[in-house]
Ligand binder design. Structure first.
Ligand code: BTN
Length: 284
């Protein structure tokens, strides 16, 4: 289930590294996820595409795009990426009761697991970001990817979930707008290697399937434990933006629903379901 790590690294001798159905399928060991897989040269958003097509697609269908013209992130933000260098893909779950926040954790942790071994530590920044954290002071977090889970309903009123993941794989830092360059990173920059996107995609899908299956079978305990082990937010004093409100506290833990447990200055611990960590510093 875990293709040889080194196969994730692309041999530049082979020239360009376009997405290839054959190569992805060679490394895919799933039963459910990615058995219907569409590679699109261009799409508005792989999440939007799957939402439109969900009714005619099987459970676990995947759409991966070389370019998104209207890629979306959380909080209504755009997700932009140059063509053919990164990964932008979505999976549709039509037969699952896993809620959005847990799906987001599964997407993020599958990516953390599949990229383990790059030069720096890729961590989950609660609730949906993938960041590389400097090992020295933990102060500088650079965004490497993000997850967008969306729940929709079909025409019969049946809910389905779309799990979308964007990862900065091989793009150069110059590809990013100057104003965000300081705050982003890529797998290639961190590892000093060009990555094979086909192997990486297959490995992430393999891991999503394994984590999804175990969560459906045994509940959220093990995925929350994995999130605790890989979460850069825990143990820090954080400032969170929730709509127009900003709150502060110590991020002490995650609860079984994937909510962040914050301790305020009086010692009271309470769960936070939504929000964006706008500042985090280690408690000394
Ligand atoms: C975020 O950081 O806020 C989440 C970013 C999610 C981006 C991915 S790219 C593939 C999928 N399609 C989209 O339009 N968004 C997600």
């Amino acid at each position: 289930m875990n293709p040889n790590r080194s196969s994730n690294l692309f041999d530049p001798e082979r020239g360009e590294n376009p997405l290839s159905l054959d190569e992805i399928l060679t490394h895919l060991v799933t039963e459910r996820i990615g058995r219907h897989l569409t590679i699109l040269e261009e799409v508005d958003s792989s999440n939007s595409h799957l939402a439109r097509e969900a009714e005619r697609l099987p459970d676990g269908a995947v759409c991966v795009a070389e370019l998104q013209t209207a890629g979306r992130g959380r909080h209504g933000r755009a997700w932009t990426s140059p063509p053919r260098r990164n990964l932008m893909f979505s999976v549709v779950f039509k037969e699952s009761s896993i809620p959005g926040p847990i799906a987001t954790l599964i997407g993020a942790l599958s990516t953390v697991q599949a990229t383990r071994g790059v030069g720096d530590w890729i961590a989950l920044k609660w609730p949906n970001d993938l960041v590389s954290e400097s090992q020295d002071d933990g102060a500088v977090e650079k965004k490497v990817g993000g997850v967008l889970s969306e729940t929709k309903t079909d025409r019969a009123g049946k809910p389905f979930l779309i799990l979308g993941i964007g990862i900065n794989v091989n793009s150069r830092l110059e590809d990013f707008p100057e104003e965000i360059r300081e705050r982003v990173s890529t797998l290639s920059f961190l590892s000093g290697q060009v990555w094979n996107r086909n192997c990486l995609l297959a490995e992430i899908l393999n891991r999503i399937e394994a984590l999804w299956k175990s969560t459906e079978a045994t509940g959220t305990e093990s995925i929350i434990d994995e999130a605790r082990r890989n979460c850069s937010t825990l143990g820090k004093q954080v400032r969170l933006r929730i709509g127009d409100q900003v709150i502060e506290g110590e991020a002490v833990d995650l609860d079984p629903m994937g909510r962040l447990l914050l301790r305020d200055e009086t010692g009271y611990v309470y769960p936070v379901e939504l929000g964006e960590v706008v500042q985090a510093r280690r408690i000394t």
